[in-house]
Design a binder for this molecule. Structure first.
Ligand code: SF4
Length: 339
């Protein structure tokens, strides 16, 4: 990232933006000489819209054809007007800390204390931990704070796809580990819920119960990529919590309605379809459906929403209530005797 230059992400008429960066670690010529200036990566990164925007902002103050993180431009005191180096790691560390302080200040100023970033008992975040944090969010928060409008499936495909021609290293490994941990957390929570008598429904409910039964075997034990792959490659354990759609996706490739022919073997949680045979819901999801329906109905009742939008919200609220109703009629608990 520190080696990116202005112009690294050309505008495109259609399709995805690509970022052309350099690699340094393996930049050897045929005689084994290392090129300290690096060489162009064979596989560009696929850029998602917020990244393209960030690059456009950086290009506004980077030197022409210079580095996006040019040290002279980004360091505000006692620096030469023109430099050939980028910011150093230590500078980036302090920028991350400054960003966290700024975000917390803004949250307090807006009265959103729940969004203040708490002090970290393990010290400064630094680059490695920041990257791990990103992986955590990508793996667990479809539509969450980092993913925002970027959809989970797209983000994961976009990030990992850029590494497809290389070994599964760097953030790809982290994504594997965090995705496996997210799966383990989902299954552990489900296992606990079912034990406590929480009901489950949906065409994939039995498969979800079967997967949850295996949760105690690996809960809290995923530390290496190999352990992560053992879980991710096990088709009986591919359960994803889809908070946006108030359901669990018990992924089976053959039954997936979101699957595209060219997609990899992962659900497109952002394109979830309510008639899919991979859906399971618990009482918690049903409660969330009703809560969301109430919020929409309240918005409509407030009469500040214009007519056509109010109609859409009313329709959506009715759909959510119908899904909750369907859960109520189909729910069961594996501990309860069947009639
Ligand atoms: S459509 Fe089916 S496979 Fe795709 S995310 Fe939804 S439940 Fe999963």
């Amino acid at each position: 990232m520190l080696g990116l230059q202005a112009g690294c992400c050309p505008d495109v008429a259609s399709g995805r933006h690509l970022i052309y960066g350099r690699e340094f670690k393996n930049a050897f010529d045929e005689d084994g000489n290392h090129h300290s200036a690096g060489r162009l990566r064979e596989v560009p990164w696929v850029a998602i819209p917020p990244v393209v925007k960030a690059i456009r902002v950086l290009e506004k103050f980077a030197p022409a054809e210079g580095l996006l993180f040019d040290a002279g431009t980004h360091t505000f005191v006692n620096t030469p007007t023109r430099s050939t180096a980028s910011l150093r790691f230590t500078a980036l560390h302090s920028r991350i800390e400054a960003f966290a302080a700024w975000a917390s200040h803004l949250a307090r100023a807006l009265g959103r204390d729940g969004e203040v970033i708490p002090d970290d008992p393990h010290g400064p975040i630094g680059l490695a931990r920041f990257r791990r944090t990103l992986a955590w969010h990508i793996a667990r928060r479809p539509g969450g704070l980092v993913a925002l409008a970027i959809q989970y499936g797209h983000m994961r495909t976009a990030v990992s796809g850029g590494y497809a021609a290389r070994g599964r290293d760097g953030i790809h490994q982290l994504l594997d580990i965090e995705t496996a941990r997210a799966t383990a957390d989902t299954l552990t929570t489900l296992h606990g819920d079912l034990t406590r008598g929480v009901g489950i429904s949906g065409p994939a409910a039995r498969r979800a119960i079967h997967a949850a039964a295996q949760a105690p075997a690996f809960a809290g034990s995923i530390r290496t990529r190999r352990q992560a792959r053992d879980i991710l490659d096990n088709p009986a354990l591919t359960v994803y919590d889809n908070q946006r759609s108030f359901l669990m996706c018990v992924y089976n490739r053959e039954r997936a309605l979101c699957r595209r022919l060219d997609s990899d073997d992962a659900p497109r949680l952002d394109r979830c379809r309510s008639s899919c045979a991979n859906i399971a819901r618990t009482d918690h999801h049903a409660a969330q459906l009703l809560k969301r329906a109430q919020i929409l109905e309240k918005q409509v009742a407030s009469e500040v929403v214009p007519g056509p939008l109010a109609d859409r919200l009313t329709h959506r609220a009715a759909q959510l209530r119908a899904l909750a109703d369907r859960h109520e009629h189909g729910r069961f608990n594996p501990q309860e005797p069947t009639s």
